[in-house]
Design a protein around this ligand. Sequence first.
Ligand SMILES: [Zn+2]
Length: 240
Amino acid sequence: MVKPIVDEGTPEQRWRAWPAMSAWPPLALDPAEPPLVVAPHPDDEILGVAGLMAMLGRADLVAVTDGEASHPHSTVHSPTELAAIRRAETTEALSRLGLRGTAVHRLGQPDGDIHESIVTKELTALLTPGRWCLSTWREDGHPDHEAVGRAAAAACAATGARLLEYPIWTWHWAAPGDPAVPWHRARRIELTAEARFAKAAAIAAFPSQIAALGPAEADAAILPPHVLARFTRPFEVVFT
Ligand SMILES: [Zn+2]
């Protein structure tokens, strides 16, 4: 169900103070082939699983949209310009993760109006039995994240691929122990120091999202420091 993403959200200190997080089982990092990482918008894959991608040293990416709607009333950039900027940011982020050989499948779906059936078809063509498919969680609270999550789930069901869902906006609207979140399916990915460093560098490759485009309110940062704080943990979380 789509949740309102408003206000400051749950502070990272509250999450870090929640003892259950440290008790979640580790995810065994044993994929037989490069995982397929699916991003509704450029940066979702980095915020969610950049550390995992860096540690595996290989991953292919599906960029569902180019994120052209991040600043719909920008006084600085047109949607077309934003799409080009964000595509380039993804390329730079992958490079900073040491993933220069990554195949990037760009679906060119409209930001904010993803056609779920088309995404399902595209993912089904890329997945094989047992291949890992990392996607935003089906109930992450953002319509695009949920559409992509449902498409990934359907494609995994059709192909026998392994679905792993990463939460993004869940950390904003949910609170520790929130019954709307399947915490029993949570698995931890402990990041090495190198992976944390690479992830931080990759996040910094998205100035269009982590900094203001300009002084107008319509050009404010999408990912201000209190939001980014949730993605600088020494571990990542997926739902199996
Ligand atoms: Zn997103």
